[in-house]
Design a protein around this ligand. Sequence first.
Ligand SMILES: [Zn+2]
Length: 266
Amino acid sequence: MIDLHALPSVFLSAIVIVFGLIVGSFLNVVIHRLPHDQSIVSPGSSCPSCKTPIRWYQNIPLLSFLILRGKCAKCGAAIHWRYPLVEFLTAVLFFIAWRGVPLVVDAQAIISQFRIWFFISICIVITFIDLDHRLIPDELSLGGWVVGLLTAYWDFRHGMGQLVIASFLGFGFFFLFALLYEKATGRVGLGGGDIKFMGTIGIFLGLGGIWASLLLSSIIGSVVGVIYAKLQKEKSLLRASIPYGPFLVLGALVELFFEVSKWLNL
Ligand SMILES: [Zn+2]
């Protein structure tokens, strides 16, 4: 027995996953080109090893990687596992963040859905760029903030006022924290990119996002920092340089999916 009522929903789920894979494929391009100030639109992708342009049928998210067995079709150079990982991650997060088919498809439903997907996308890009280059480009933090502000009106969880306040609070709090840290230790702890990104988290997730990112990133960040310092045989934890962006992203995503701020009554 096939329940025909289930069909459209399964069909739409598949569309969301495919959409996530395609966006993930584009995010790979952004991750690799944005830090080098290269255009993210042209030229098309090519093999980093032999520079052979990648044809559209060799550029199908996940599938091409599996069919080509992770190698360039021309020269056989290994394709980094991170490409399919980013595609897979984007599709999974897009699907989890999907709110299903709304009873009434209106501007609110559509814009708030794309707003969340957009935020997830910048989170993924920031994570990998910060891991590679220890920086969060302004295009992502400030650019993301502008998109967040322009769409804040349609956010279904928070009022626009709370989002704007949270955004400035997150930015201000982190700015102050960074300033005090620098005064106390004589070295730069948080980068300017992290501070700006806190403003972006605020405009998308409100006060809950700020607190969750702050709490989780400082707890997980310091645990990872201690382990990292031990592994690097650094005597001082302060000297161990770890990118902070991925921890902020982790906190933001935990708040987005689990709304920790609600359990904590924040
Ligand atoms: Zn090649």
